[in-house]
Design a protein around this ligand. Structure first.
Ligand code: ADP
Ligand code: MG
Length: 369
């Protein structure tokens, strides 16, 4: 038995001859506990070192946006190849910037799903190899949970329970975070994610990829009430649907083009954004009201949106709720948020064996194996 920064590492040998490590965490919340995290679920290769789930020591992100912009969206095969090229440099840079060596690390956290399977596999395989060669325990992290944890480094005083809107390129969820690792999905998208809708409308308006920040900027010059695009509500729950608003914008643009009339891109961007923001805010505030919760958080790339932040602040204030969101670098994909989630998994003694696989379509709350 060897002692590993507050955890006990038991090396056991199975009848089959396979050696595996079992780690029993004995740390306390006040101990300095460094988590090295790896994130490669989409088009960012990222690694970070975070102390005790809150203090970021390094947060390295190698973005592939320039390559995918050429194609107007993420090309999965290119993403996997670029992750393979970048990952060892990114992990090395994260350790160097944090001023620590691998033996200072208490656990290696890795995004194991959801995401693009080839992209996830690069991070998972690298983390497994590092864990095997160093004897440092491996912790799988759910990507959407990771986004929620992105709030903690920006707001060290934040504690569950709270309601969190997670809106990114691949996901739109309203989540009730009962505790650090206990989540209930109160609403989810039935078709496109909010960020995906932004990206598709930006494509129609020929603004380039990723569309969210471009529409956010252009909308500031437009009139949000110039067109009324649909807002979809479901009676039975707080689900979202953004395909209707996307189709309405597409039809409007095509109609105008067929008639040879000019389109006012800024007005379209502002009116589209207003429809999306209205429904995101409404469902999130309704969820907090249903749970009688006064703390509301936002996470994911779309949480950077200036109109969403403004409107969510107005509406939460009206209901006496306090609003939190991460700084922009912790909204889009990054590994610091994965390290924060990994810390709480470590405290709960949740580790992975070296048989860990990437799970591209795992739902929030399901266990990664
Ligand atoms: P995923 O985890 O699904 O890859 P991210 O959390 O990295 O997504 O977020 C990327 C998404 O966020 C993209 O769809 C992008 O257009 C959107 N996004 C980023 N900034 C903004 C913004 N200011 N307004 C709206 N959407 C944004
Ligand atoms: Mg993400």
């Amino acid at each position: 038995m060897s002692i590993l920064y507050g955890s006990y590492c038991l090396t056991l040998k199975r009848k089959s001859g396979i050696i595996f490590n079992m780690f029993i965490w004995k740390g306390s919340e006040n101990m300095s506990t460094l988590i090295l995290a790896i994130e490669s679920s989409c088009d960012e290769t990222a690694a970070a070192v975070v102390d005790s789930g809150r203090k970021i020591l390094s947060n390295i992100i190698s973005s592939q946006i320039n390559i995918h912009t050429i194609y107007g969206g993420v090309v999965p095969e290119i993403a996997s190849r670029k992750h393979t090229e970048a990952i060892s440099h990114v992990v090395r840079a994260a350790l160097d910037e944090a001023g620590c060596a691998l033996h200072d690390i208490s656990a290696i956290a890795v995004t194991a799903g959801p995401g693009l399977v080839g992209a996830l596999l690069v991070g998972v395989s690298f983390a497994k190899a590092l864990s095997y060669s160093s004897g440092i325990p491996l912790i799988p992290v759910h990507h959407i949970e990771g986004h929620i944890f992105g709030n903690y480094p920006t707001h060290p005083e934040l504690k569950p329970p709270f309601v969190c809107l997670v809106a990114s390129g691949g996901h739109s969820h309203v989540v009730y975070a009962k505790d650090y690792l206990e989540f209930e999905i109160m609403g989810r998208t039935r078709d496109d994610a909010a960020g995906e809708a932004y990206d598709k409308i930006a494509r129609i308006l020929r603004l380039g990829y990723p569309g969210g920040p471009k529409i956010d900027k252009l909308a500031k010059e437009g009139n949000p009430n110039s067109m009324r695009f649909p807002r979809v509500h479901f009676k039975e729950n707080l689900d979202f649907s953004f395909s209707g608003v996307k189709t309405a914008v597409m039809n409007y643009v095509h109609n105008m083009q067929q008639k040879g009339q000019p389109v006012n891109e800024a007005d379209i961007a502002a009116s589209f954004q207003e429809a999306v923001v209205d429904i995101l805010v409404e469902n999130t505030v309704s969820a907090a009201k249903q749970k009688n919760i006064k703390t509301v958080c936002m996470a994911g790339g779309v949480a950077s949106n200036s109109r969403l932040r403004e409107k969510m602040r107005e509406e939460t204030e009206k209901h006496g709720m306090k609003l939190y969101y991460p700084e922009p670098i912790l909204c889009t994909d990054n590994a610091a948020m994965i390290a924060c989630a990994g810390y709480y998994e470590l405290m709960a003694g949740k580790f992975a064996e070296l048989t860990l696989n990437a799970t591209p379509s795992i739902k929030l709350g399901e266990k990664l194996k």
